[in-house]
Design a protein around this ligand. Structure first.
Ligand SMILES: Cc1cc2nc3c(=O)[nH]c(=O)nc-3n(C[C@H](O)[C@H](O)[C@H](O)COP(=O)(O)OP(=O)(O)OC[C@H]3O[C@@H](n4cnc5c(N)ncnc54)[C@H](O)[C@@H]3O)c2cc1C
Length: 615
């Protein structure tokens, strides 16, 4: 059963229990509250960012329900303009006091890159750098530290958590400067034990673990995957057996990023018929009961990714995270709703580096008597990377706002993650690799050296097609919600936002057709369901990118955002890109080459390889 393999939250449970007609009955009762919500979210007053709630309270809140998700409502109503809360997407003046600390973090990382001291002698992120970034607040900024003792750091670090709409753009900047550091922060703050303890931990667990986790003395990881359980987490075999005040744990984990001696992991294990989540401090050395296993892996060369063996390891019961009557996987899924946005934030940084490296090279490289930067084909590629970058930024910004407003952000995070990681794959392989030519494959070239990292992001935290199946399944439920009467604005072919809604309506019709032919497309019609989910993802990206473009004061951002949406609409309408559209994409590339772009401010273009200076 797919429901065991990919999770769709409460809606998947609904599907499991009943077939279509009961769903309609149940969902009908949601109508009135959905209507109230749609009115609330379409108001023009920016919503207040509520205080952060702790995990379990939040899991039970009305806003955390999947049906409350803005994208669930969009699919249900077939209308973007009334239902994607544009005000959440607007750049908000959200300064939680972390602004100065974040600038110091970025500056420290930049200096370390310039001094060539990002890596330690073992080729991994330098311990001194991790410690220094800890004193500046990097490892604790997303956690509520109000009950912790005063920090000894000289820098003024706020004790309350930063907003997610501040944290995700920080990750993008870190990824632009130093991918491995950004990767560590991404895991630690989202799927790692910091998030688990901060959101679900008991007062005792917070007291014992938060000081280490927030200072960066101990970075953290998530140990979920096993040799026989990757996409299908119901197949987890690591067992936990109660013995007095302990759980005796046996099993094997693999592919665990950031797992190393002295760090902490959140462990998912099976205790009789349910899965639990527990805090597992990894000792400084291997023992007969707990050891790490290593293997050669192409990506993440400068980070740890290891396996874990547990043989009758005794874990104190007090280190199990409380989930009441829920599965321990709730802790993992909760983290993944942040983690997938974090992965998209990293992707936005990778796109910046890819574009920045194309610029000097294409100006420098002459073929047939002309710099390749002057060729329409190459300009088109640069413009495409710029458009993808703006689209990723728009999705990240949107998801950050939704997290700050305590939505569930499951569907939205899937859309952002799949879109952004595939944008990186396209930019790296179809655009950057071709533009750099043979040099891209020289050892030491930034594109070739990172190819495996770019590809790996399409797999970890959920492989793209499987996530689209999960998304498609939730969209199927949304489509079965009776439509509310939301008036559509008058149709005008010229307005791209209206084109977006028209295409959404066509998408909805196609989805209804699929559901009429196959009531369980997640089992029988997977290919069609994934295609439909991808179309929804693209339309969502277009809508948000247009919003971002409209609000931007930067001409390049505006042009890149509009081009992204219009190119996508042309593809959806099966039209070839117009001459006018192609001319605008060349104009965009010329602008970036001639004036530079604020979005690329943290980049450091790589040294030219085999420069052929006299060519
Ligand atoms: C670099 C890297 C870092 C990672 N970091 C972590 C980490 O920190 N912590 C952690 O716990 N895990 C981690 N992982 C594991 C990662 O989450 C899994 O690799 C991922 O979830 C996919 O699982 P799998 O590789 O076992 O693929 P499988 O489950 O073997 O699936 C292979 C493919 O089969 C297809 N497939 C599977 N089921 C279905 C279905 N029902 N219908 C249709 N097609 C299907 C899909 O295309 C799927 O991708 C990491 C992996 C990598 C590569």
């Amino acid at each position: 059963m797919l429901s065991r393999i990919v999770r769709c939250g409460s809606i998947s449970q609904l599907f499991r229990r009943s077939r279509m007609p009961p769903i309609i009955g149940i969902i009908r009762s949601l109508g009135r509250s959905l209507h109230r919500m749609s009115q609330a979210t379409s108001s023009s007053t920016p919503p207040e960012i509520p205080a952060r709630s702790r995990g379990l309270t939040k899991l039970d809140s009305a806003r955390y329900k999947l049906e409350a998700s803005p994208l669930f409502q969009v699919a249900s109503q077939g209308n973007f303009r009334s239902l994607v809360p544009a005000d959440l997407h607007a750049p908000q003046e959200v300064d939680s006091g972390w602004k100065a600390a974040f600038e110091s973090i970025v500056e420290t990382l930049r200096q370390s890159r310039e001094a060539n001291s990002l890596l330690g002698p073992d080729g991994r992120t330098s311990i001194e750098l991790i410690t220094k970034l800890g004193t500046l607040g990097l490892w604790g900024c997303s956690a509520d530290r109000s009950e912790l003792a005063e920090s000894t750091s000289a820098a003024p670090i706020p004790r309350r958590a930063c907003h997610w709409s501040e944290f995700f753009p920080l990750l993008t900047r870190l990824a632009t400067i130093a991918k491995p550091v950004a990767g560590l922060a991404s895991i630690h703050h989202t799927i790692g034990t910091l998030r688990a303890v901060d959101s679900f931990g008991t007062p005792d667990q917070r007291r014992r673990f938060l000081p280490r986790l927030t200072s960066g003395e101990t970075l953290s990881a998530m140990a979920m995957t096993e040799p026989a359980a990757g996409s299908d987490l119901s197949a987890i075999r690591t067992t936990a057996v109660r013995q007095g005040e302990f759980l005796v744990i046996s099993g094997e984990k693999c592919f665990i990023t950031s797992l190393a001696h002295g760090r902490i992991a959140t462990l998912i294990a099976r205790e009789s018929d349910r899965l639990i989540a527990a805090i597992l401090p990894i000792p400084a050395h291997d023992s007969a009961e707990l050891s790490l296993s290593t293997y050669a892996l192409h990506p993440l060369k400068h980070s740890y990714n290891q396996g874990l063996w547990l043989r009758e390891f005794r874990l104190p019961l007090k280190d199990v995270l409380p989930t009441e009557n829920r599965s321990g996987l709730s802790v993992a899924y909760y983290g993944l709703n942040y983690g997938r946005v974090a992965v998209s934030s990293l992707a936005a940084g990778y796109l910046r580096s890819l574009l920045a490296d194309m610029l000097p090279w294409s100006r420098h490289r002459k073929t047939f008597g002309q710099a390749i930067a002057l060729r329409p084909l190459v300009k088109h590629r640069m413009a495409r990377v710029a458009s993808l970058l703006v689209a990723c930024d728009a999705l990240v910004q949107y998801c950050g706002g939704l997290h700050d407003s305590e939505y569930r952000v499951e569907l939205e995070a899937i859309v952002a993650k799949v879109f952004a990681t595939e944008a990186v794959k396209e930019a790296a392989i179809d655009l950057a690799l071709k533009t750099h030519g043979g040099r891209a494959l020289l050892v030491g070239h930034p594109v070739g050296d990172s190819l495996h990292d770019y590809l790996a992001s399409t797999i970890y935290e959920g492989e793209g097609d499987l996530l689209c199946l999960s998304l498609g399944r939730s969209l199927a439920a949304a489509i079965l919600v009776p439509r509310l009467e939301i008036p559509s604005p008058a149709n005008s072919e010229k307005n791209p936002e209206e084109t977006g809604d028209r295409l959404l309506e066509i998408w909805r019709r196609d989805f209804v057709k699929l559901l009429a032919a196959d009531r369980t497309p997640w089992e029988g019609s997977q290919v069609q369901l994934v295609r439909l989910a991808r179309r929804f993802m693209q339309l969502t990206a277009a809508r948000l990118t247009l919003l971002k473009a409209a609000k931007s004061e930067c001409e390049i951002t505006r042009l890149a955002g509009e081009l992204f949406a219009e190119t996508l609409f042309a593809a959806e309408l099966r039209e070839t890109e117009s001459r006018e559209l192609i001319a605008r994409s060349e104009q965009l590339a010329d602008l970036i080459v001639a004036t530079g772009w604020h979005a690329l401010r943290d980049t450091q273009p790589a040294a030219m390889m085999f420069s052929y200076a006299n060519a």
